[in-house]
Design a protein around this ligand. Structure first.
Ligand code: SF4
Ligand code: SF4
Length: 370
């Protein structure tokens, strides 16, 4: 039995013989309105491939493997706690989809999934090469919304009660390697994280605005038993929720202009890291009242369609997934959606909502180039 078949045999067999118990949960098959992209169907494709009855090296197979946000909504409803997203991610690299090959090559050449150079963005914020506490911005901030890094640092410094600076990182070591993880390129990801750990050796704790970075550098490192010495890693929202004092009432009159605030549980903070109450408590402190929520929330929260590199392969369907969340409870009116994930916030904005990052609510003031 090949290593690949051995690795996927149990999860794909469970799904292939399952009466689609998680069918309704998948943001992708719901957004694309197709049975061929349900968790069961995608895993059954792998089951057939493991039996030698289907090929994975064609465009249709690549499309199916890329049709997963990694949201774990299916896993939440699965009696077997079946790791569907990890299995699909693993299959991306194993079947050598063109995208997985391009990302692996780009990472090997530049340390970035798209060959981008982080030097200029990193130079816009104060950095330190040694500190008990430092800021790790992640690719989304660095390349899509660099002005928000200053706002994050303001908020983080306020929570810490002292000035906090960003990690001083070599341009090729600015990334947690999420794209390698999502493409199932685990050997390359482990090599990258091992080198990143060296670059982060001067810090005791790093704080990131992106729950995807925290998940990869903390939870995945632990789950895969990777033998590296990384700093403690947490998210900006978790750090601020542990230090709410400076935020009492800061958003009472300002952040949402008196509009109703609806909190959305991002998948990589909620289902992946199990963080549900701290953001709510933090928002209540800042707003002076508890935030509203979607009817499907916490472990049942609907996915914004923003993870797993899904917006890269299917931008319009990713937008439809975000729209589905916004429309699920009927008209949101002029409510503001607040989330603790930069990717989810951008997904909601692309779908036409007014969406705020937790940093916006807590009073980071250096602008927003979202
Ligand atoms: S993830 Fe679980 S519930 Fe969903 S198809 Fe597979 S075995 Fe069934
Ligand atoms: S992890 Fe999310 S996107 Fe992927 S198959 Fe499961 S429900 Fe669908």
């Amino acid at each position: 039995m090949s290593d690949f078949v051995e690795a996927v045999k149990k999860p794909v067999t469970l799904c292939a013989y399952c009466p689609k118990l998680c069918r309704f949960t998948c943001p992708v098959s719901e957004a694309e309105r197709t049975e061929t992209l349900t968790p069961t169907a995608k895993m059954t494709l792998l089951y057939l491939a493991s039996e030698g009855q289907a090929a994975l090296d064609d465009d249709d197979a690549a499309r199916a493997l890329e049709a997963c946000t990694g949201c774990d909504a299916c896993r939440e409803y699965c009696a077997h706690d079946n790791p569907v997203s990890e299995t699909l991610f693993f299959a991306r690299a194993e079947s050598g989809t063109p995208r997985s090959q391009a990302i692996a090559q780009s990472f090997a050449d530049t340390g970035d999934s798209k060959g981008r150079d982080a030097t200029a963005a990193l130079a816009t914020v104060p950095t330190t090469d040694k500190a008990a506490l430092a800021y790790f911005p992640g690719c989304m901030r660095l390349f899509k919304e660099p002005a928000r890094m200053g706002a994050d640092l303001q908020v983080l410094s306020r929570a810490a009660g002292t000035e906090v600076k960003a990690c001083a990182l070599p341009a090729q070591k600015h990334c947690c390697g999420y794209a390698l993880y999502a493409e199932g390129a685990y050997a390359a990801w482990e090599a990258h994280v091992t080198e990143l750990a060296e670059a982060l050796s001067g810090y005791d704790t790093i704080v990131t605005p992106d729950p995807g970075c925290a998940y990869v550098l903390s939870d995945v490192v632990k789950a895969r038993g990777l033998d590296v010495k990384l700093p403690a890693v947490t998210t900006l929202v978790e750090y601020c929720a542990d230090n709410t004092g400076p935020f009492a009432g800061v958003a009472r009159d300002r952040a949402a202009d008196g509009r109703r605030v609806v909190y959305h549980d991002a998948c990589y903070l909620g289902r992946k890291r199990g963080v549900y109450e701290p953001p709510r408590a933090l928002l209540e402190t800042a707003l002076g009242a508890p935030p509203a929520g979607f009817t499907q929330c916490k472990a049942d929260a609907m996915c914004s369609g923003s993870g797993g590199l899904y917006p890269m392969s299917s931008p319009e369907h990713a937008k439809a997934a975000a729209r589905r969340v916004l429309d699920h409870d009927g008209d949101l009116g002029d409510a503001v959606v607040v989330t603790s994930c930069p990717s989810a916030r951008r997904g909601f904005e692309r779908a036409g909502a007014t969406a705020l990052d937790i940093t916006d609510v807590l009073g980071g003031e250096e602008g927003n180039d979202g």
